[in-house]
Design a protein around this ligand. Structure first.
Ligand code: SF4
Length: 338
């Protein structure tokens, strides 16, 4: 996904006008394609912060004025990096996201919604450099145009017509990106016949795709020969979530739909990636456990420590459990026949 994101953003970097910095952290791991294309279309030079490394993470941790989860600390590191290179900083208040059903709330976590206030206070950023529209991605297109225009006009002075055209292109690129991920997932699952277990990794995009945050989990699973796929590559549109009618968080709904798909598919096994101090997941984890019933799953709770041994011990232990459960399941029809 990281490669796809930079592939889509890279050709649009034009060396004219002002540079606008977008931190490759928090919601931009999911929505970066929309915003990179949007600003490039308006004629700005889009500058993405680099992938997280220990140095960026440390800069973030050292600049914190309050204790938060690790992804928010890392976000601070990215913004501090960008503040040295980009003329403007794009730090929107992203309130909600599109949902599968209209009645779903689709909210981002409060720390994501308010991240610009946290980082502005911590880094003492100049207000005139910050582009910070308040955006409800779940709203209809005309409302979205109004929100973005009203939010960026005071700083960038871009006319509404231009915002509308650029937003249309940005949203189309975002949709194209999402479809590409689903197509890859569909192709992968179609090539499987159910004989091998498949690990379905749920979590928030910054945990799933930022390799400093997930300690390169994907690469480690691959080395162990474990087949795994993150939730964004799955089509969850057919998964009923009516037993969680008040699910407040957009990503929470995605995680629980994934859990339900795992529970309903015998060769799928769930791994949920989360962070210490994650308020939203302190609820979601219980719901995830409830959905799983007795089916084994792995919960990986990570923080700023970069040692991988602890995680791998759990991964290897879970792999043994998965192999046992899956073998028993494969043998069941045979036993019945005997
Ligand atoms: S959802 Fe959890 S991990 Fe993500 S920003 Fe909020 S508290 Fe942090």
């Amino acid at each position: 996904k990281a490669e796809q994101l930079s592939d889509l953003a890279e050709p649009l970097r034009k060396p004219d006008k002002y540079t606008i910095g977008i931190p490759l952290a928090l919601p931009f791991w999911e929505w970066g394609v929309l915003w990179a294309n949007f600003f490039a279309e308006l004629g700005f030079r889009v500058f993405l912060s680099p992938k997280t490394n220990n140095r960026l993470a440390r800069i973030g941790i050292e600049s914190m004025t309050a204790e938060t989860c690790f992804p928010v600390k890392v976000f601070h590191g990215h913004v501090k990096f960008l503040s040295r290179y980009a003329h403007y900083l794009f730090l929107p208040n992203m309130i909600n996201m599109p949902t599968l059903l209209e009645k779903e709330a689709g909210f981002f976590c409060p720390l994501v919604q308010s991240s610009q206030y946290l980082v502005k206070a911590a880094l003492g950023l100049d207000e005139r450099r910050i582009v910070n529209p308040t955006v409800y991605l779940k709203d209809e297109f005309p409302a979205l145009v109004r929100q973005v225009h009203d939010g960026i006009f005071p700083t960038l002075g871009v006319k509404r017509k231009k915002v509308e055209a650029a937003l249309e292109i940005g949203l189309a690129k975002q949709q194209e990106f999402v479809s590409k991920l689903r197509a890859i997932g569909k192709e992968f699952l179609a090539s499987e016949n159910g004989e091998d277990p498949i690990w379905i990794i749920s979590g928030r995009p910054y945990n799933l795709y930022d390799e400093r945050l997930n300690l390169r989990l994907g690469r480690h699973l691959s080395k162990l020969g474990i087949k795994a796929i993150p939730l964004d590559f799955l089509d969850l549109s057919g998964v009923d979530l009516s037993d969680f009618p008040n699910m407040y968080w957009g990503l929470g709904a995605k995680i629980l739909r994934t859990a339900k798909l795992v529970k309903a598919t015998s060769h799928f096994f769930g791994v949920h990636l989360t962070n210490f101090s994650c308020g939203a997941d302190s609820f979601i984890e219980h719901f995830y456990n409830h959905v799983m019933g007795g089916k084994p799953y792995l919960l990986l709770e990570l923080d700023e420590h970069s040692a991988v041994a602890g995680m791998m011990t759990r991964v290897e232990a879970f792999n043994n459990v998965v192999q046992n459960v899956h073998q028993k399941h494969l043998q069941k029809p045979m036993l019945k026949a005997i």
